[in-house]
Design a protein around this ligand. Structure first.
Ligand code: HEM
Length: 307
């Protein structure tokens, strides 16, 4: 969510994720997916651009690390952040500066767009289904009650329907639609297919989570399916895996779930929502990319709830 503008008495919250998502040249980086076409990346100057961006990011991480090293000389233990702890454990775990930069990169890449994309899709699905929006809103407003305060973390465990909304959003729109690639170092057979050693295998969570053999009315947004099925985020039977599975599963899951829920709950608690008057039908198309961004940024009009 990047912008909020006042449109004459009403606030229009523009939910954007597009600005920070991959620029077009990254989408056209062929080598990663089709090594045989790698030569074309040089023609489109893709390699040069990737190198420039890597250098920029590297310089930024260097600066962060240096700042933290000098800051640490003055600071007490209670104020340490993630990078402070990584630096502190550097000797004990024998981590190089490159290891630390790689970990920072993981957190930046894995943890920035994903919650924003989830929130945007949840709001898009809810605006398309006013009854579902109303049900979620009533639950949030009932749980928070008359307290003047906004939805807080303690309320998250009580908003069960909102959790179903979140699960259904992540089923239809997993922000990382293709899970991290797996490589088997020996010849393997999966589902009758021969996978030669050192082949990179991508798991398409997006397709699995919309498979009509696994899901009733697979293309429809029906949060209620999760209130009866009791399916967890942790991919027990490999049909629901928005946070991945196995050793490469998301490290940020337990942190991001309450954060995303709190943001959506606050949006539902404080505002009623509608489409801008010039939008008749919401475009629910996705960009064909590793991240399931919407084709268009979501623009919604919020009306401050006075009750
Ligand atoms: C709604 C929010 C999020 C979703 C849906 C999500 C989803 C995922 C998925 C699908 C993977 C790949 C797992 C696999 O291939 O098996 C992943 C990896 C990862 N996620 Fe998340 N993620 C979210 C938020 C976050 C946050 C907030 C952080 C950090 C603060 C984070 C950190 C990571 C890291 C570090 C990895 C890489 C793990 C590895 O390299 O082995 N994620 N995430």
């Amino acid at each position: 969510m990047r912008r909020m503008v006042n449109t004459g008495g009403k606030f229009e919250i523009k939910l954007f994720v597009q600005e920070s998502s991959s620029p077009k040249w990254i989408q056209s980086f062929k080598y990663e997916f089709f090594p045989a076409l790698g030569w074309s990346d040089s023609l489109t100057s893709c390699r040069k651009k990737v190198k420039n961006v890597s250098q920029e990011i590297d310089a930024y991480f260097e600066q962060l690390i240096e700042e933290h090293i000098s800051k640490n000389h003055q600071q007490d233990d209670t104020r340490k952040d993630f990078l402070d702890l990584l630096l502190q454990g550097q000797k004990e775990y024998n981590t190089s500066r490159d290891n630390i930069k790689a970990l920072l990169m993981n957190i930046f890449v894995g943890g920035t767009d994903t919650p924003a994309i989830t929130i945007e899709w949840a709001m898009a699905e809810l605006i398309k289904k006013p009854d579902t929006m109303k049900k979620a809103q009533e639950e949030v407003r009932r749980v928070v009650g008359s307290k003047p305060n906004v939805q807080e973390e303690e309320h998250v465990h009580q908003t069960e329907y909102l959790r179903c909304v979140l699960k259904e959003t992540l089923r239809l729109h997993p922000p990382i639609s293709m899970l991290l690639p797996c490589v088997s170092y020996t010849n393997t057979k999966v589902n009758g297919y021969d996978i030669p050693a050192n082949t990179r295998v991508h798991i398409n969570a997006h397709a699995i989570q919309r498979d009509p053999d696994l899901w009733d009315k697979a293309e429809e947004f029906i949060p209620e399916r999760f209130s009866t099925d009791n399916i967890d985020f942790r991919c027990q039977d490999c049909k629901f895996m928005p946070f991945g599975a196995g050793r490469r599963t998301c490290h940020g899951m337990s942190f991001s779930l309450p954060v995303v829920e709190l943001v959506i709950a606050n949006l539902l608690f404080h505002f009623d929502w509608k489409l801008p008057s010039d939008v008749k039908e919401l475009d629910m198309g996705e960009v064909p990319d590793m991240n399931a961004n919407g084709r268009l940024p979501l623009h919604l009009v919020s009306i401050i709830c006075s009750s």
